[in-house]
Design a binder for this molecule. Structure first.
Ligand SMILES: [Zn+2]
Ligand SMILES: [Zn+2]
Length: 67
C-alpha cells in the first residue's frame, strides 16, 4: 500500500509576495529571482521586469513578465 497524501492545490501553489502570482514550482527560486528582477507596475498592478518598467509604462502596458 503506497502512501499518498492529498494536498490541496492552494497549498501546492504559494503566492509570490512580490508579484502576487501563484507559483506552482520552484517557489524559492522564483521569489529570489522575482524580488531581484520584477516589480509591480504602479498603474496596472502587473509584474514587470524592473528594467522594463519604463518601457512598460510608455508602451501601453503590455505584459512583459517572464520567469
Ligand atoms: Zn513573483
Ligand atoms: Zn502597467
Amino acid at each position: 500500500m503506497t502512501h499518498l497524501s492529498a494536498v490541496p492545490a492552494t497549498e501546492m501553489e504559494p503566492e509570490c509576495p512580490n508579484c502576487k502570482r501563484k507559483i506552482s514550482h520552484n517557489f524559492t527560486n522564483h521569489v529570489r529571482f522575482c524580488e531581484r528582477n520584477n516589480t509591480l507596475c504602479p498603474k496596472c498592478n502587473e509584474p514587470v521586469l524592473k528594467n522594463d518598467l519604463e518601457n512598460h509604462l510608455k508602451d501601453d502596458h503590455k505584459h512583459v513578465f517572464s520567469f
